[in-house]
Design a protein around this ligand. Structure first.
Ligand code: FAE
Length: 547
């Protein structure tokens, strides 16, 4: 069964889990080319989970975009790396023969330690759709703070396991608002192209788009956008577009066309397991410990750091606590994970010299969702690819970039569905609550109002032009806006404020931040290409100067 293979692995020697992690990656590497696969086999046999008392030259906390870039480039520079990941390896099929479950039939694999699903779009036709599931270290975490639910991927590959794969480079004219201290010429000349190549980004074939049944919903989105005078754009993605064509032709197992996205994709999506992490493993210098969670990083003798790690079982219980030392530690636990660790370590006196910017500058990338009810002569299709490929760009005029999103329910809904990224100016702060022993986030539910107003600059106009209305049955009983969540947490350890201009936590030589927490709350588009490109830029400098 999925996951039980992970239980009971010892902390010393070549465990079954360590072997599975690396061999699973071989499959990914093999898909990319035989050479990587061969090199990977070597990594597999030499990849135990981390042992209590171990010393590693470089320890990376988290296996998402920032962590994967750091691990690959450090390994290529000759540094041995150990990656610590709180989620599962996601390389072993369940009883249904699939590694990941489907959005239509969520089972225990769907959510991180919940007994009931918490679907982002949680109503349909006005009825709640969440269901009970066994508590398990599933793939999607719906982490609840006071005013917002933050969705994040859990497992080897981080957010790349659950996201839509939309790989968007911000418009050059918007870049200064995203990362004001970074040289844009370098980013657009070197690091964005490097990130796109490393991630395997591609764009849908426009001729196929125009004819395939599975993008009818996108074509309806285009028609409505253009009739209201909005620029419609194709959005690149890391999905294997040739594979999707074969899905549509009936010659490959359906994946994007079977509603696989939010709880993992079994075939066509090029998650980090198939790209950066496969290449990292192929160096033979990178090991990964899944179901291991870092709880502390403290200075130790000789300029090293003592890292405390909890090993988890698939019910979320701690089965072992390990202490290891590391020469350098890279925080890549994501905006929320890295911020929570750093805020706690500063407040509890473990890393007291971290500066006062730690925990600040957090934003939701202005995420807000909505649906529109189309006329009966405008069906959006029963078969919808779960991979979005287009958007409506009204950033300059209205502060909103809306992705034309799928509703892959398997039935005709006559709904157009959108995830908007907006120029929401609100920023929240993480802080330590000593009484509860938890890190809190002071985001207020009402802070989404600017996002709603900006999204309305697009959809009020389209509704008026088309004579249509908003759907009110997707997020509750008579509720138009999905304004309770974000998929795009950003900030909390902002570049050139909490860190230096390359992610160094300068009070502690050898500690670095390499993930989405560096970005001050908004990227104007979907964020992972920017996170990847910034990590490429920063790690290059760190390797050149610090190593
Ligand atoms: P991330 O990928 O979150 O990786 C952090 C890793 O650290 C995770 O694997 C955690 O389990 C792990 N971790 C956390 N705490 C610890 C700890 N204490 N010890 C050990 N491990 C830990 O970080 N972005 C796009 O650009 N395009 C999209 O189409 C898109 N769609 C999305 C759809 C969904 C449903 C979601 C949830 C996100 C989507 N995103 C999308 C956002 C994107 O996935 C996200 O910005 C990146 O994954 C963030 O990358 P990081 O490297 O910062």
């Amino acid at each position: 069964m999925a996951g039980t293979a992970h239980e009971g692995a010892g902390s010393k020697g070549v465990s079954r889990r360590g072997f599975i992690t690396a061999t699973g990656s071989i499959l990914g590497a093999a898909a990319l080319g035989g050479q990587a696969g061969a090199a990977r086999a070597h990594a597999a046999s030499a990849a135990p989970v981390i042992a209590d008392g171990a010393h590693v030259p470089a320890l990376v906390i988290g296996t998402g975009y920032g962590g994967a870039v750091a691990a690959l480039r450090l390994a290529q520079a000759g540094v041995d790396v150990h990656m610590i990941e709180m989620g599962m390896a996601w390389d072993t099929p369940g009883p249904d023969g699939k590694i990941f479950c489907n959005t239509r039939e969520p089972d225990r694999r769907s959510y991180w330690l919940r007994t009931r699903t918490k679907a982002p779009l949680n109503y349909f036709l006005g009825f709640p759709i969440d269901r009970d599931i066994p508590r398990y270290t599933g793939i999607l975490d719906a982490e609840e703070f006071g005013g917002i639910t933050v969705y994040q991927g859990r497992g080897v590959g981080g957010g790349s396991l659950v996201n839509g794969g939309m790989a968007v480079v911000p418009r050059r004219e918007n870049f200064a608002a995203v990362l004001p201290s970074v040289n844009a010429d370098e980013m657009y000349g070197v690091y964005y192209p490097r990130a796109n190549a490393g991630l395997g980004v591609g764009t849908v074939d426009p001729a196929w788009f125009d004819s395939t049944e599975c993008y009818q919903y996108s074509r309806v989105g285009r028609k409505h956008a253009q009739r209201s005078g909005f620029p419609f754009v194709f959005v690149p993605d890391v999905y294997d577009w040739d594979y999707m064509k074969r899905e549509a032709a009936g010659t490959a197992t359906r994946s994007a066309l079977a509603g696989e996205i939010l709880y993992g994709n079994n075939h066509g999506k090029k998650s980090l397991q198939k790209t950066y992490l496969a290449r990292a493993a192929a160096t033979g210098r990178v090991a990964i410990s899944p179901l291991h969670r870092v709880t502390s990083v403290a200075p130790a003798s000789g300029g090293r750091y003592r890292v405390v790690i909890e090993q988890l079982d698939t019910g979320g219980a701690v089965t072992a606590t390990k202490a290891v030392t590391a020469g350098r530690v890279f925080f890549a636990a994501g905006s929320v994970g890295t911020s929570k660790l750093l805020v706690k370590l500063r407040a509890t006196g473990v890393l007291p010299a971290l500066n006062g910017e730690i925990g600040k500058g957090w934003g939701d990338n202005g995420n807000v969702m909505c649906g529109r009810a189309n006329h009966l002569w405008d069906p959006t299709g029963a078969l919808q690819s779960s991979i979005p490929c287009s958007g409506i760009d009204n950033w300059a005029a209205g502060g909103a970039f809306a992705e034309v999103a799928p509703l892959p329910t398997g039935i005709e809904t006559f709904a157009s569905f959108y995830l908007s990224i907006t120029r929401n100016p609100n920023r929240a702060q993480f802080s330590w609550n000593a009484a509860t022993g938890r890190v809190e986030l002071n985001w207020q539910a009402s802070w989404k109002q600017p996002s709603i107003d900006m999204a309305r600059t697009i959809f009020d106009k389209i509704n008026s032009k088309e004579g249509t209305i908003y759907r009110t049955d997707l997020f509750g009983v008579y509720k138009i806006w999905g304004d309770h969540l974000t998929y795009h947490p950003l900030g909390g350890a902002v570049l050139n404020r909490a860190t230096d201009n390359y992610g160094r936590l300068t009070a502690y030589p050898g500690l670095y931040v390499v993930d989405g927490s560096l970005i001050p709350g908004n990227t104007t588009v979907n964020p992972f290409v920017t996170i990847t490109a910034l990590a490429e830029r920063n790690i290059e400098k760190i390797i050149d100067v610090d190593l």
